[in-house]
Design a binder for this molecule. Sequence first.
Ligand code: IMP
Length: 197
Amino acid sequence: MKKIVFATGNKDKMREIREIMAGCEVEIVSMKEEGIQVDIEENGTTFEENALIKAHAVAKETDAIVLADDSGLEIDYLNKEPGVYSARYMGEDTSYTIKNQNLIERLEGVPKEKRTARFVCAIAAVLPDGEDMVVRETMEGIIGYEAEGENGFGYDPIFYPDGYTCSSATLSREEKNEISHRGKALRSMKEKLKKYL
Ligand code: IMP
């Protein structure tokens, strides 16, 4: 059976990819389960670049197919900040309660139609012969006037997906996976990978 190594240590991401790839004849392991440890500097300027950097770094250590993802939040009014710096915005150790409050304050007085934002997810694949490919998907929405909800993580409490009057932190895991940037990108990568499995 073919093997895919996913360049993440995040258990939720591993669960999501296993759910989405169910039905494919493929074994999916995390880089940790594969015994791969690499220090990766995510110094790309786009989500696609960072996903490719991670996937190629891990691909040097294995003959399996490697997948890596990079994601974040783009707020149009803030020139697409925090973007690729989403995890590092205001410092890695700053709580998301503070980061989310800060973003709401920076949008004070900004009308709804100018509060457009999106979560972006790029997923890169490197095949055993070194060929690579990358997909990018988004979940469009707006930044709300206040934070709400306990589900999800990161910027979910302030992000209101298009067509919803509640934040993505109020959605169940299944509801969010249906419409999320990461869910869509994983499904799109699954289609691209099918001919290699
Ligand atoms: P990563 O590349 O998946 O580690 O995501 C980078 C950062 O983007 C996270 O630390 C979060 O700040 C933000 N982010 C990415 N996806 C989401 C999401 O689905 N909800 C909330 N925040 C997210």
